[in-house]
Ligand binder design. Structure first.
Ligand code: ATP
Ligand code: MG
Length: 138
């Protein structure tokens, strides 16, 4: 069993897509073991995306991620990290495969509707950034 962190981003909550995206996640067989709705400050978004600090799009990304509410959740399942990445599709929606969340809903490379952890170490950091042990109910 593996856990990964999912974020439904501000572009998606603005279009009322939380339910649609959670449906796709549950149809894939991933279990939601924690979930909350948050409105991050730019600093809180910056702390989450610390690994991208040196990237040219960091400032814009933090502004976007704090521009509206997000829904963060922890997904559990066998191979959850890779399975959720596959369901999300490529970062750039123009390269995302049919049937993926980003192909269906992303607006552009930045406003791409969802986030998912990319490795066990980042998943552990990201889950801990938003949830305490007590909030993870498997
Ligand atoms: P995420 O980490 O959100 O799951 P990802 O792992 O597919 O997405 P990363 O390379 O980690 O992509 O980039 C993090 C986020 O930064 C992207 O999801 C997107 O919102 C934004 N981003 C990535 N590349 C660019 C870019 N070239 N221009 C603008 N924003 C970008
Ligand atoms: Mg990433």
């Amino acid at each position: 069993m593996e856990r990964t962190l999912s974020i439904i981003k501000p572009d998606a909550t603005a279009r009322n897509l939380e339910g649609e995206i959670l449906s796709m996640i549950q149809a894939e067989g991933l279990r939601v073991v924690a979930m909350k709705r948050l409105y991050l400050t730019t600093e809180q978004a910056g702390g989450f995306y610390e690994v991208h600090k040196e990237r040219p799009f960091y400032g814009e990304l933090c502004a976007f991620m704090s521009s509206g509410p997000i829904v963060v959740s922890v997904l559990e399942g066998e191979d959850a990290i890779a399975r959720y990445r596959k369901l999300m599709g490529a970062t750039n929606p123009e390269q995302a495969e049919e049937g993926t969340v980003r192909k269906k809903y992303a607006q552009d490379i930045e406003r791409n509707s969802v986030h998912g952890s990319d490795a066990p170490e980042t998943a552990a950091f990201e889950i801990g950034y938003f949830f305490s042990q007590l909030e993870l109910v498997g």
